[in-house]
Design a protein. Structure first.
Length: 201
């Protein structure tokens, strides 16, 4: 199946799929207690390289928006997802590390995705938001670009997140024990239209 056909099919059928969490997972999940329910190599869908190439995923994101297809269960990239940074991997040929994202705060879906990651960082221990840059900070705007922008505590309220500029950040978790699957599931329900799927009987 050609790339264009795959992208077209996903875009057209996306709104008809109830199980959003599996559709936007990567498979091969090894996180203890994860609610993604995608442990196998052919589980998951959008971020599984068995089905889609990176170029396909980028095109799909541009069409439906990052908030609609973000994989919150694997936000820290302990399982390759969300088009993180590349490195060689014996099974995939390549995989991805960490969740490096650049979010344009003038776009509502990118702003909410960034806020969702800030919300997750409230629950999970450790320094989760690292290498942060913000285009509207004084350092970024003229005195030299830095990767240590401190996100203000006021941004913990969504209404206080500015609607200007681009913020880049990496979401990282040091050890599996710091991953809170329940918090990720709750944020999936709140931000990503995830819901429990009950089979017809």
């Amino acid at each position: 199946m050609g790339r264009y056909v795959r992208v077209q099919a996903f875009t057209m059928l996306y709104s008809r799929v109830a199980d959003r969490k599996k559709m936007t997972s990567a498979g091969n999940c090894t996180i203890p207690g994860c609610f993604c329910e995608c442990p196998g190599p052919t589980d998951g869908f959008l971020y599984n390289l068995y089905y889609f190439e990176r170029a396909d995923v980028k095109e799909i994101i541009s069409r439906v928006g990052i908030l609609n297809v973000f994989d919150i269960y694997h936000a820290c990239q302990n399982v390759p997802s969300n088009l993180g940074q590349e490195f060689n991997h014996p099974s995939y040929g390549l995989t991805f590390i960490q969740n490096r994202g650049n979010y344009n705060l003038t776009y509502p879906d990118e702003r909410r995705t960034m806020f969702m990651l800030i919300s997750l960082a409230k629950y999970e221990d450790g320094e989760n938001l690292v290498d942060v840059t913000y285009s509207e900070s004084k350092l970024d705007r003229g005195l030299g670009r830095t990767n240590d922008y401190l996100i203000p505590a006021t941004w913990l309220e969504e209404s206080e997140v500015p609607r200007i500029g681009t913020i880049g950040l990496t979401y990282s978790v040091d050890i599996f024990a710091n991953i809170l699957p329940r918090a990720r599931k709750d944020l999936g329900f709140e931000f990503l239209t995830h819901k429990e799927c009950i089979a017809d009987v």
